[in-house]
Design a protein around this ligand. Structure first.
Ligand SMILES: CC(C)(COP(=O)(O)OP(=O)(O)OC[C@H]1O[C@@H](n2cnc3c(N)ncnc32)[C@H](O)[C@@H]1OP(=O)(O)O)[C@@H](O)C(=O)NCCC(=O)NCCS
Length: 160
């Protein structure tokens, strides 16, 4: 929890395309208590166990959406692409869903490059659909369908 509080209160952590927000420790604890099977938050860890970011999924209506962030010093090394591949494998293996989606600011090139590398397709732009930092922003909608994913890229299916 202290590491999560440190990251979420660091304006650098979510980059310039996300809202600027502050979270007190009690607020974060309440959010943690609200986590459900449809809303989960994971650390992105390197092989040596060090934590370099977070990746999460949450429902948007009946659909599942993902989001992610890395600490600035660990960006540009491919970790997020690997983490997105893993969460896509996990969600299609574990849940009876037909699609996974993400909303991305069109200026967030690193983010849409990551998601395109994993096979997400751009569906379109929702114009002025998100208010952050004093302006209405356009958002790109990306999705990957189960039939486009085809099979796990990193995780393997275990049978019991
Ligand atoms: C988005 C984010 C997770 C990307 O993860 P990453 O592992 O650092 O991604 P990379 O830096 O390897 O960038 C991926 C690609 O974008 C390119 N890129 C990165 N920043 C860029 C920029 N400002 N302009 C153009 N290209 C850029 C990289 O060169 C790379 O290209 P390649 O695939 O052709 O090699 C990371 O930048 C981040 O945490 N940003 C802040 C939080 C955020 O915006 N989250 C997403 C919200 S939707």
């Amino acid at each position: 929890m202290p590491l999560v509080a440190e990251w979420l209160n660091d304006p650098e952590y979510f980059g310039v395309y996300n809202p600027l927000v502050q979270h007190s420790k009690p607020e974060l604890e309440k959010e943690y208590d609200k986590l459900t099977p449809e809303t989960k938050w994971f650390f992105i860890e390197k092989k040596d166990g060090s934590k370099v970011g977070s990746i999460f999924h949450f429902p948007l209506g009946k659909l599942l959406e993902i989001g992610y962030s890395l600490i600035p010093s660990e960006r540009g090394k491919g970790y997020c692409t690997e983490a997105v591949k893993i969460i896509v494998d996990y969600l299609f293996l574990a849940k009876d869903i037909v699609r996974i989606q993400a909303h991305i600011d069109p200026r967030n090139i690193a983010s849409w490059k990551v998601i395109e590398k994993v096979g997400f397709k751009k569906e379109g732009t929702i114009r002025k659909s998100f208010f952050a930092r004093g302006e209405w922003r356009d958002m790109l909608v990306y999705s990957i369908l189960r039939e486009e994913w085809k099979e796990p890229k990193i995780l393997t299916k275990t049978t019991s």
